[in-house]
Write a protein that binds this ligand. Structure first.
Ligand code: FMN
Length: 338
């Protein structure tokens, strides 16, 4: 939704656009297919890998960021979640040394109750001492660049005030801020006034993330904060994969990707998951339905797709949902108002 207090500028500087990590959705396979079909995204952040106490996480946790699974794809920033700086440093150094990534992101924004209850993710935001001892241990001997993805706080939207001085003391290359509290999860609106306040207090490069669903709004944020280091987009880019390019181009015509383009993307993603996943229809349907949950906002007939139980049933329902978009019709996705 556009910010009514800001007039769009004729000269908008759009910083690099980052595809947000969405656990279960923006998998390595999704990212590769996405970048084959859509432009406008400069890099992606991978969904989090949890650190494990006193040892490296099992190798299977790293599958999503293995270089062989990310060839011909978006440049990637792996992400770790955890509350122990030593465990983080060991896992990050492994990812840097063995997998070749120059930057690792630390997630202190995840609002999932199972994560925050264990003092991880956004749960750490109410614990400045925990963040300080984490950073002290993590930064001593870290061989890669460190970036952070955070919220405003856990319970309160000003929890961050207690974190400014310590965040400013450590060599963090970028802080991505999703301006909600952990308690809010995804309720309410991303608070751009709080974002402005937090950004103004940090000495680090700052990226904005939250609730960008149309090009005008994406550009309004760039106009309001012309020195953003990047703009991260999650749900808006899954719902409308044409959004990043539209923000860059800045014309209303570029706003929504056509249904034919979405259908081609769908077909490639579906084929890729069918080729990659073992275990029959179940895992493939589960993965595809994760994406359809977002398309439910802009396409008709999605309820049936979400209820499909077999692959033939799914294909039939998909044909119906994407039917208006047979190539050449130029049909466009329409966003429901509200
Ligand atoms: C299903 C789901 C999974 C997510 N997984 C992650 C994750 O693994 N790491 C992370 O930093 N953020 C994660 N997020 C948060 C998003 O990266 C992003 O911060 C949030 O969706 C707000 O941005 P948006 O309004 O552009 O979607 C997830 C969000 C959703 C909805």
């Amino acid at each position: 939704m556009s910010d009514p207090t800001h007039c769009p500028s004729p000269v908008t500087r759009v910083p690099p656009i980052v595809l947000a990590p969405l656990q279960g959705v923006t998998t390595a396979l999704f990212r590769r297919v996405f970048q084959r079909h859509f432009s406008g995204v400069d890099r992606a952040m991978a969904p989090f890998i949890p650190t494990t106490t006193g040892r490296l996480p099992p190798l299977k946790y790293f599958r999503d960021v293995l270089p062989e699974n990310n060839r011909d794809s978006l440049p990637l920033i792996p992400q770790l979640i955890g509350k122990d700086g030593h465990d983080f440093r060991e896992a990050a150094n492994f990812i840097h040394d063995e997998l070749g990534y120059p930057e690792i992101n630390w997630n202190i924004g995840c609002p999932s109750p199972t994560v925050t209850a264990r003092g991880r993710g956004a749960g750490l935001l109410r614990n400045p001492e925990g963040i300080e001892s984490f950073l002290e241990a993590a930064c001593a001997g870290l061989r890669c660049r460190l970036s952070v993805k955070m919220r405003l706080g856990m319970e309160r939207d000003d929890d961050y005030l207690a974190l400014i001085d310590l965040l400013n003391r450590y060599p963090i290359v970028e802080i991505t801020i999703h301006p909600r509290t952990g308690r809010q999860q995804y309720e309410g609106r991303a608070d751009r006034e709080r974002f402005a306040d937090l950004k103004s207090r940090l000495r680090h490069p700052v990226a904005y993330n939250g609730d960008i669903v149309d090009a005008a709004d994406g550009r309004a944020i760039c106009d309001r904060f012309p020195d953003l280091s990047s703009l991260m987009i999650g749900r808006g880019a899954i719902t409308n994969p044409g959004l990043p390019a539209a923000i860059r181009v800045g014309t209303p015509e570029a706003e929504a990707c056509g249904v034919p383009a979405l259908a081609r993307f769908h077909d490639d993603l579906y084929d890729a998951y069918r080729g990659a996943l073992e275990g029959g229809a179940g895992p493939v349907l589960a993965k595809m339905k994760e994406v359809w949950n977002y398309w439910a906002a802009v396409l008709p007939e999605v309820r049936r797709v979400l209820k499909s139980r077999t692959l033939p049933e799914y294909e039939e329902n998909v044909a119906r949902a994407l039917g208006g978009g047979t190539p050449g019709t130029g049909a466009r996705m329409t966003r429901r108002v509200g």
